[in-house]
Design a protein around this ligand. Sequence first.
Ligand code: ZN
Length: 377
Amino acid sequence: MPQKGAAVVTVFEVTATDGAARAGVLRTAHGDVPTPAFMPVGTKASVKSLHPDEVRAAGAAILLGNTYHLHFRPGEDLIAELGGLHAFMGWEGPILTDSGGFQVFSLRDTLLAVDDGGVTFRSVYDGDRARFTPELAAAVQAKLGSDVAMCLDVCPPAGVTRAELERAVGLTTTWAARQREAPRAPGQLVFGITQGGSDRELRSRSVEEITALGFDGYALGGLSVGEPRPEMVDAVGWAAPLLPADRPRYFMGIGDPDGILDVIARGIDMFDCVLPTRMGRTGTALTSHGRLNLRNARFARDARPLDERCSCPACTRFSRAYIRHLVNQQELLALRLLSLHNLRFLLDVTLGARSAIEDGRLADFTLEMRQRMASEA
Ligand SMILES: [Zn+2]
């Protein structure tokens, strides 16, 4: 599919494959992103509790910012006035911004109306009526100056009627066609989003329509929205190969270790999740031996690090007993240390998978990871 502006630089290059899995490089205006890539979420222009240098040191190459939240607070005009999102949040690397669609559609009680032109809802900040259109999604992301902008899509939760799913597919295409023609920031890539849940016919139709428009990359949206995990994994398995092989494939909203391994094996290149910091807030560590709930009394005198295989700033210096103490006393350092560790762990899993793809041993790597995660530390 010809790209607007006849790209002289290849946006995405696959450098190795192993079965359906791919290792590659996404080229953006703020640098290259080795893939598969886990994207930490900086919802409100911050990866909760972490300094950008710490996020970088953990191994992150690209961050995700939320258009919905940044549009309402502090507003894209203010961010643009202060030099754009990179300068504003002190992150010089690549940034992908979502379109705000996922937030609008997942906050179901705030939805007012969906029509051909856009979606009307009440802002979670002040309850005021607000409206997102494809043109606005493009304009906000252009002002934020992200490296990758996402199309505004209609993202229904799992379990809706087929008619509702079909309407979501149709509107998502109409909106994508409009957003594709809207102005973008210099060098900004735009990714199209496919919908259709795990309905083969609707998903295939969506893929056909969105790829016919021609975008720099493509996302599988509307999965991981409440359907059973095996159904989701199965859908990724047949839907990912429908997307063009020479474009990055982004699975929206997965980031637990098992899920990462599942989607990488099926040909996904990028994914995002709030899991590392959210788990941190509940006192949970993701480790090579599975999840540890630090509130558990068995860690009270445990002198070992969270994960003996990890070299993050938490694991090289502090014991499980100490971090458990911080969790119980609701010390801010607990959140920081757990977030630093969880982020590092997920980035290491992703990096490990990338090397395994390059060596043609992803299946063995995945099996070893899973066996270790199921065994007691
Ligand atoms: Zn660690």
